[in-house]
Design a protein around this ligand. Structure first.
Ligand SMILES: Cc1ncc(COP(=O)(O)O)c(C=O)c1O
Length: 449
């Protein structure tokens, strides 16, 4: 027998030893191994409540002191959200208490970046991160006196940027829209050598289906759950996962938020030595800043997780087939997709990704006019600003998602005016192929190409 990730299944059916469940099982069950004890409901119940009745004064005191576990107030605690956290933790290979859900990916990014930062210290950030991450640097970190060094997410560039002031190295699993995949293990070793953690925005790693950064040496993982985790395009969400291996107690001066005493005189490092960043993130991002995921959104995201491998597996296979088919079309100069052998990251992607090379490809047309005219003539593929939806979606990054960057920075991020980014969904691949071909034919006639 082989499990759903193709690994040999070493457990025998007559062997009672506990065995690790496959991804396809975990995505449906983790966090809710038994039906709801109050109602017997098999689905995860939505708990739409702001507050919880305490047993007595001692119980309330213990909950707020952290000497008892339980629900205090919905800005910090909600059972539906906790089930979502536990399921995502299991899919990424993290511990449930070390996983914190947020109202959006931006909320998770803002919390992760500010929890590790302090004035005068420096983040090392990939120069091809999502524009919203760049805006956290520009609009939150910089005004508060935190430095940033933008680097290509490659070992030599990262090594040159590291010193004792660096609080973390931030990269994305698959860069948008270039499709570049960093060598996570090499970057983790470099960051650790400088006493800093590696933080991976694994949004494009699709909830652990395509990549589990903790297995490559990363210390913290951030997600926008709005994309592949949900997959239905109906709910925003985000998450921060603390791998629990990085020793944040070694250099207290570098991480003041983790060592700052709370009102009861204890720091996150003291209260949660196995996951101090997750602990501090709950304190800062949820309790203090209120960037809480709603139980309704958590429920919607759990519905998405149940089909994660089916959706992302199919969409990745379609993306690879379309990348190979579309690069031969008249009017297409090249395709950026890490699954094709000529992509500069192909060899690294084969090591870092599993189960496919992702669902997003970027078509570089022969001119900006042809790119825009083709986009305007798509009928099945929706023109909108999202990725990871079950429906195929496309956008012109130069004038939209990346327009906030200066032209040089856009080009450094691998974006040109001729590019159209397409996030492949789960439709019949032949229909997607036909839509793009028809739009391109009409666009060529329109622009005279
Ligand atoms: C890589 C990446 N990180 C973070 C985000 C922000 O997530 P959200 O839109 O859920 O705030 C996005 C959104 O596109 C993203 O692509």
């Amino acid at each position: 027998m082989r499990d759903d990730e193709g690994r040999p299944d070493e457990g025998r059916p007559d062997d009672d030893a506990p065995r690790e469940r496959g991804f396809a099982t975990v995505q449906v069950h983790a966090g809710q191994e038994r039906p709801d004890p109050a109602s017997g409901a098999r689905a995860v119940p939505i708990h739409p409540t702001t507050s919880y009745v305490f047993e007595d004064a001692d119980h309330a005191e213990a909950l707020f002191a952290g000497t008892a576990t339980g629900n205090r107030y919905a800005r910090m605690d909600n059972p539906t959200v906790a089930t979502f956290e536990a399921r995502l933790a299991a899919l990424e290979g993290a511990a449930p208490p070390a996983t914190v859900a947020f109202a959006s990916g931006q909320a998770a990014t803002t919390t992760a970046m500010t929890t590790l930062a302090s004035p005068g210290r420096t983040w090392v950030v990939s120069d091809r991160v999502f524009g919203g991450t760049a805006s956290v640097v520009r609009d939150v970190l910089t005004p508060f006196g935190v430095g940033v060094r933008w680097v290509a997410p490659e070992p030599d560039a990262v090594a040159a940027a590291l010193d004792d002031d660096v609080v973390g190295v931030w990269v994305e699993t698959i860069a948008n829209p270039s499709g570049d995949v960093p060598d996570l293990a090499a970057l983790a070793d470099l960051a650790h050598g400088a006493g800093a953690p590696l933080v991976v925005d694994n949004t494009w790693g699709a909830g652990g289906y395509l990549c589990r950064p903790l297995e490559h040496g990363a210390d913290l993982v951030v997600h926008s759950a709005t994309k592949w985790i949900g997959g239905h395009g109906v709910a925003m969400g985000g998450a921060l996962l603390d791998g629990g291996r990085f020793d944040f107690s070694a250099d207290p001066a570098r991480y003041p938020a983790l060592h700052r005493a709370d009102a009861r005189g204890r720091s996150s490092v003291a209260r949660a030595p196995d996951a101090p960043v997750a602990h501090a993130a709950r304190r800062l991002g949820l309790a203090a800043m209120g960037m809480t995921l709603s139980p309704h959104a958590a429920f919607a995201l759990l519905q998405g997780l149940e089909t994660l491998d089916l959706r992302v597996g199919r969409a990745s296979a379609s993306a690879l087939a379309l990348a190979e088919a579309w690069r031969a079309l008249d009017g297409v100069a090249s395709i950026a997709y890490p699954g094709v052998p000529e992509h500069p990251s192909h060899e690294v992607a084969r090591r870092v990704l599993r189960g496919g090379f992702g669902t997003v490809l970027t078509v570089r047309f022969e001119s900006e006019a042809l790119a825009r005219a083709t986009l305007d003539r798509l009928t099945l593929i929706s023109h909108l600003a999202n990725v990871g939806d079950a429906k195929t979606v496309a956008i012109h990054p130069w004038t939209t998602t990346h327009a906030g960057l200066a032209p040089d920075a856009r080009r450094a991020a691998g974006v040109t005016p001729e590019d159209v980014r397409i996030s492949i969904g789960i439709e019949a691949v032949a229909d997607l192929d036909a839509d793009l071909r028809a739009a391109l034919r009409a666009a060529r006639r329109a622009v005279g190409a």
